[in-house]
Design a protein around this ligand. Sequence first.
Ligand code: ADP
Ligand code: ZN
Ligand code: MG
Length: 507
Amino acid sequence: MRKSPIWLGLSCCLAVAALAMMFAHTANAAQCALISRILLGVSLISLLALGVTGRERARSQGDGRGFRVNPACSTVRFSDVAANEIALNSLKDLVDFLRNPEKYAQMGARIPRGVLLYGPPGTGKTLLARALAGEAGVPYYALSGSDFVELYVGVGASRVRELFAKARKAGKCVIFIDEIDAMGKKRDDASSDEREQTLNALLAEMSGFQPSEGILVLAATNRVETLDPALTRPGRFDRQIEVGLPGRDERLSILRLHARNKRLAEGVHLEDVAQSTSYFSGASLESLLNEAAILAVRRGAVAIENADIEQAYLRVVAGEDRPGVGTGREKRQIAIHEAGHAIASRHLQPESAITRISILPSSKGAAGYNLVQPRERALVDREQLRNQIGVLLAGRAAEMLICGAEALSAGAANDLTRASEIAAAMVNEFGMTDEPYLSLRALRHTLGTGSSDGALEQCKCLLRQEFEKVTQLLASHAAKLDRLTDALVECEVLSGAQLEQLLSSET
Ligand code: ADP
Ligand code: ZN
Ligand code: MG
């Protein structure tokens, strides 16, 4: 890992992501969350965030309609959570409240009834909720927003009432609703009758209980911007805690925590691992060390070596290479597509090194990918976003250029989706238009939906421009595109160094 800090980037169906995420001074929570999601929530790393909810949820199922909720006892403590200082401190306050709610009630203190944890997947939201219940020593009820989503009107609402009735009877407790966006989406579509009732039931229950009861509702979401504003009004989820992706030092402390029970060889330095894992979530870091440990066991080794970590890294970000299947022609087309991303990335995002290109299918479902080491940034600007769109569209542009419109493959779907999401955010949120003082999203939110404002046209125009630009760029490097395509067809996988050698000569 030390010598070759590989990277995540992801192309084609994995795409060449590489973006900033610490929008520290875009104060608006929803906006930050949206940005995180677009710019890198993106990543397949999110697939790894399976967490523990699955197991917990199993306990909350059972009766005639498939719903029964029982309290669990959490064994997780704050010491099991690394990094996330701000979130931890905020929750520590609440431990005392859960232990002694009467004290606060007597003093007339108003404690938040609901705490909302939001941030990208795998950042430890579920973990924090369990740690809070564990520290306070109170039972907790773990549910998912989707447990309340039913076909039949009224079922969700009656489940909410059932849950709160039970919790009240039990006394002090934590109610944890994971993925609350499933039940608390904005109420703007026609099919929302059932959801609306469910949400109203939840809001009514939350405003119904007394602080002295010692019941705290915790909820988590990766998509805070889709939540109904009724949920975030004072008196509901009035404390909102962002749980963001860890920075370098935070990654180090998460790695240290998960390395506690693992045997690392002497040459392994977690500082280096932390350095080369920008944009990893806590879940991906945990998974990285775990995969490395498994690889070490398979080798029959006594400790985890750097090579294990490097291999685990590839597995975590890109999955394992699978043998290629398709025909020679299909293989060539994938090579053209990936070569297009690579060449565009080298020109448009030179600060992000490509460390691997593969045209072998990956176990994560990509037909091929570019692995890119993105530079961590505090803020992205318009040009970088445009370039990112260009790199995303370059796979499709190369296919068009070499194979023509008739031969386009379906493999670019994910690239197109992500490019469109970025364009939409630029137009809708960031005011990167000819009206740089406007947030269309905020306006539409306030004025109500249905107002037409040409945003779609603006997005299309932006995408068209970037597509044309990157097509030209690739056309002017046609010889390189050809050379890289041939090399990929022949070798299937190229390292960053091999790529550099191939492309560094003129022409
Ligand atoms: P989320 O609910 O935000 O998607 P989880 O809480 O399910 O994320 O995290 C999944 C796993 O990742 C945790 O069980 C833990 O092993 C690891 N993890 C994530 N964040 C942290 C952290 N800050 N400290 C230690 N482990 C973490
Ligand atoms: Zn692509
Ligand atoms: Mg979770």
